[in-house]
Design a protein around this ligand. Structure first.
Ligand code: MG
Length: 247
């Protein structure tokens, strides 16, 4: 069942979303060549504490850290550690926060240093724009898979592929609520979207094939062909007009 959130609940999710956004902005600055992914995780933990919020990922099904850091061919769920960011890397950072009992979740992919390749830049841009294309469809009266289809079409017409194994989700009192939001699907199908639904939409886009593998750490997802991958996510609210971005 897809919950409809009250105005009050939406305001609380938006407050958590504000923390997510500010954390991501800070981490963007800290993610420079030579920084370890663990140093970013530490910084996020400090910031989230300062905002009197709690990291949503830490301990989630045993995930050991407060953010996911996924580099280059890593798709999602990379675990922060000793690895150092190199010039030319692309880094996906996924942050979830819970404050006053309500969750918000967002992700960005950024360039490390000034030497990121043109093809990596293009992948990042297409992924960000595919999220925008999906969000545009999150309008009252549309169907759920209108979002999915818009993302898929945007990605595939540009020669990239969309990851099948992970999906977006409803969000609110829990990090993962109904519905699942695949980034591929048939337009005009799926649940009818209603005002007050809060959704985390999150395309993961691969330069090569859409297949992924999970590394031995049981978390890090990588592209099977080791091509580059990018990830963007926003938590949004369906309204009777334009969707409201809460992160
Ligand atoms: Mg998510």
């Amino acid at each position: 069942m897809i919950e409809i959130k009250s105005e009050r609940e939406i305001a609380l999710i938006e407050e958590s979303g504000r923390v997510v956004r500010l954390v991501l902005e800070e981490i963007k600055k800290a993610a420079r060549p030579g920084a370890t992914t663990e140093s970013l995780n530490k910084r996020v933990e400090e910031l989230i504490k300062d905002f009197k919020a709690r990291p949503a990922f830490k301990g989630y099904r045993g995930f050991p850290k407060s953010i996911c850091t996924s580099i280059n061919e890593q798709v999602v769920h990379g675990i922060p550690g000793k690895r150092t960011l190199e010039p030319g890397d692309i880094l996906s950072i996924d942050v979830g926060v819970v404050k006053n009992g309500y969750f918000a979740d967002a992700a960005i992919t950024i360039e490390i240093g000034d030497s990121v390749s043109g093809k990596a830049k293009a992948l990042i841009k297409a992924t960000r724009e595919s999220l925008e294309a999906g969000i545009k469809e999150a309008v009252e009266g549309n169907r759920l898979f209108d979002i999915s289809h818009a993302v898929q079409k945007y990605v595939e017409t540009r020669g990239y592929s969309i990851v099948r194994d992970f999906v977006g989700h409803g969000i609110g009192k829990k990090m993962h609520e109904d519905p699942e939001i695949p980034n591929f699907g048939k337009p005009g199908t799926g649940a009818r979207l209603k005002k007050g639904m809060v959704l985390a939409i999150e395309p993961m886009v691969n330069e090569g094939g859409y297949e992924i593998e999970i590394l031995e750490d049981k978390w890090t997802a990588v592209t099977r062909d080791r091509s580059l991958s990018a990830h963007f996510e926003h938590t949004i609210c369906v309204t009777s007009g334009a969707p409201k971005i809460l992160t």
